[in-house]
Write a protein that binds this ligand. Structure first.
Ligand code: ZN
Length: 266
């Protein structure tokens, strides 16, 4: 026993006389060690991130203290994935879109083409409710999240515009609207939807223009569905409708009442 203790003391004394870790080096090694571990978010979300190794956050030192931050590469995309799943919208895929007629086949082909050649253009689908507009727009969102790694937000016009119009004189207005202005991909569902017998007001028009003008200038992808056609929107507000038409070009689509004949490219 005594021999062992003597040996340990002797061995310790033989250690080279290196400087102890500085506080900075110690913190860096803690960060490196944590950041090199692997999380399990890939299995949960089906999304692989090499930056944070699927932990969703990473560690760094700030003013001599350890801090955790959301991963800049994947945390917003994971939020988009959770949103799609939680809302049940993830069931709306290109594969689950029902084709019973030729116009549906053509519509699906055009929207798939938009998604495959995703770039600067916007997508607008106007026309009949119940014709699959939301289904197809949502299918595009999923492609953009999973294949193009884009962050998305949904702006359900009737509900969100009402909420924002109530906040117009509140400092929260800019804060709330800025999320929708600046997100990589925004989906506006049912643009200018109002209650039966009502029409879009000046406040609706101002809100739509503020949102879309910003997104146009910043070159941010915008997907829009509406019961109105582009021409209807131009007659509600020329500046807003004109902007959508210009940005969407061949992807400003319309599903007419006589669907067999009336699906057309604008
Ligand atoms: Zn990440």
């Amino acid at each position: 026993m005594m021999e062992n203790i003597t040996k340990i003391i002797t061995d310790e004394m033989k250690l080279p006389s290196t400087q102890p870790y500085s506080e900075e080096e110690y913190l860096k090694s803690r960060c490196d060690s944590y950041n090199s571990t692997t999380g399990d978010l890939n299995e949960k979300d089906g999304f692989n991130c090499e930056f944070c190794r699927n932990k969703g956050h990473y560690m760094l030192t700030v003013d001599g203290e350890l801090r955790s931050r959301p991963c800049p590469k994947c945390s917003n995309i994971r939020k988009s994935i959770h949103f799609l799943r939680k809302s049940g919208l993830s069931k709306c895929t290109f594969e689950s879109f029902k084709i019973e007629n030729e116009w549906q086949r053509n519509l699906l082909r055009t929207v798939r083409n938009y998604s495959a050649n995703f770039g600067d253009k916007w997508l607008f689908i106007g026309g009949q409710s119940g014709s699959g507009k939301t289904h197809l727009c949502t299918a595009v969102l999923q492609e953009l999240v999973f294949n193009h790694r884009k962050e998305i937000l949904l702006f359900e016009w009737a509900e969100k515009s009402k909420k924002l119009k109530q906040l117009i004189n509140d400092p929260k207005y800019d804060e709330e609207l800025s999320r929708y202005k600046s997100v990589s991909v925004l989906y506006i569902d049912d643009l200018f939807k109002v209650k039966r017998g009502e029409t879009a007001t000046a406040a609706d028009v101002n809100l739509a223009f503020e949102l879309l003008d910003y997104r146009d200038r910043e070159n941010l992808t915008t997907i829009i569905s509406s019961e109105f056609s582009i021409d209807d929107i131009i007659s509600i507000d020329e500046a807003t409708g004109g902007r959508i038409k210009y940005r969407a070009q061949e992807y400003a689509l319309h599903i007419g009442k006589d669907r067999g004949k009336n699906y057309r490219l604008k």
